[in-house]
Design a protein around this ligand. Structure first.
Ligand code: ZN
Length: 457
């Protein structure tokens, strides 16, 4: 009889929670931390955050309650979990690798109880714990981290935030964003429910909030396009909740929630993400159009940099590395690089070297890169026919372009050169100089693009 009882007990013990396996990841935990910190700094520059001690303390409390529920196998001592309100009315939230999380004010204004806010945060936190951003990058490309960092950024920040960040760079690659795969979404939903249950929340709240998100607008809010429904989302969450015996947990409609919601609702209305984006564009990059720029001509001697493993770039020795934004790096002489309040930047003389996602078709990839640049540089015009010219010792394309400098308001000369990498990434080199100094800089740009060394075999 005793044996029979044990056997009866077995299924109950073994059902338990769904086991989640960390996806393959070739990046280190430290890479996650660094990427997330870099991205968080950009977000903090480009998004209006709410600096209200009470509202902040409430969000921190909900966040830390979830953090303290992280199962031991997913704990990352190097991560630093922090939570900020964004003063935006849209229903959105995003988390960056290594822990920084941003929750739109619109989220709590739409929520019915604390569990609904916690549900979205539990899902976001799960992406962080499972290191989905860098796992996605692991699958996406075999290239070096310097080259994919920008893509990781885009992947995690996604949508509105991603494009804002990309616009911060003069020639940011804004069209290529990875959305989380349905497989990762499903993992984040399930681990999210497990965190909810362990933190004492009712996962039904999480399912309710996801339903609210799905009902917003025709194509759904930004959040849903970054976190696609893996199928039967709410049902799957509730199924997991039942496995965990968590369906009786409280929903969290507490006085603290009511107070925090009332406090945020009482503030003057928040702008939409679109309004924030327009505002950022208006103040980018420097707000100093018409500035006079005085720069020494390029030195005849060259100095070699290694912006990421596998790439070596030689530039005139009186230029320095002025910017490094994940997938690109800029070299410019002193006095030629400008940053603005909005986090934007521009340079009047120098080169930007970067890697964009490609398809393996050089001509097609070069054209889509051109279209991409044209979006963020409305005055950009092609001024000559593309010519076949070697770049980094392999077949390449160079196009001359005319633009108007955002810094000086004067015409500028731009040369765009591209070549394919072995993983079908597109290596690009953009030379920029005032049109009146074209002759002085053309030789330097040619020498730079021809002498780049890439080892991507
Ligand atoms: Zn997600």
């Amino acid at each position: 009889m005793a044996i029979a009882v044990t056997m009866l007990m077995l299924p109950i013990v073994s059902i338990g929670q769904t086991r989640i396996v960390m996806p393959k990841n070739k990046y280190s935990v430290q890479d996650d931390v660094k990427l997330g910190n870099d991205a968080a700094r950009q977000v903090e520059r480009q998004f209006p955050l709410i600096n209200d001690a009470d509202a902040a303390a409430y969000l921190e409390r909900v966040g830390q309650r979830l953090v303290s529920a992280i199962p031991s196998q997913f704990q990352q001592p190097a991560f630093s979990y922090r939570f900020r309100w964004v003063n935006a009315s849209d229903l959105n939230a995003f988390a960056l690798p290594g822990g920084p999380m941003f929750v739109n004010r619109g989220m709590i204004e739409a929520a019915h109880d604390e569990g609904e806010i916690a549900g979205v945060m539990a899902h976001e936190l799960s992406h962080v714990l499972l290191r989905h951003g860098t796992a996605q990058a692991t699958k996406a490309t075999k290239y070096e981290i310097g080259a994919v960092a920008g893509q990781v950024l885009g992947a995690i920040v996604g949508g509105a935030a991603g494009s804002l960040i990309a616009q911060g760079s003069n020639f940011g690659i804004s069209t290529y964003f990875m959305k989380f795969s349905r497989e990762y979404e499903s993992q984040a939903d399930i681990l999210g429910v497990q965190l909810m249950a362990r933190a004492g929340y009712n996962p039904q709240s999480m399912a309710n909030m996801f339903q609210t998100l799905a009902q917003q607008g025709g194509s759904g809010p930004e959040w849903l396009s970054d976190h696609p429904n893996p199928g039967n989302r709410e049902q799957r969450m509730l199924q997991e909740a039942r496995l965990l015996n968590a369906t009786g947990n409280p929903f969290g409609n507490t006085p603290e929630f009511q107070r925090a919601q009332a406090r945020l609702k009482g503030m003057s209305p928040a702008p939409t993400a679109q309004q924030i984006q327009q505002q950022n564009q208006r103040r980018q990059p420097t707000g100093t159009t018409g500035r006079a720029v005085n720069v020494d001509p390029p030195s005849g001697s060259y100095r070699t940099y290694q912006p990421s493993n596998g790439i070596r770039v030689s530039v005139p020795s009186n230029w320095g590395q002025v910017q490094s934004a994940g997938n690109s790096v800029t070299y410019a002489p002193q006095g030629a690089y400008f940053t603005g309040n909005g986090g934007g930047s521009a340079f009047t003389h120098g080169v930007e070297v970067g890697v964009a996602q490609g398809t393996g078709d050089l001509e097609r990839d070069t054209n889509s890169l051109l279209r991409n640049f044209a979006q963020s540089n409305p005055d950009l015009q092609q001024s000559g026919r593309p010519r076949n010219e070697s770049v980094a010792g392999r077949a390449g394309i160079t196009v001359d372009l005319a633009n108007v400098s955002e810094v000086t308001g004067q015409p500028e000369y731009i040369s765009l050169s591209t070549t394919e990498l072995r993983n079908s990434g597109l290596l690009y080199v953009i030379g920029v100089a005032p049109r009146t100094e074209t002759g002085t800089y053309q030789d330097a740009f040619r020498r730079i693009r021809q002498n780049i060394q890439v080892s991507d075999r």
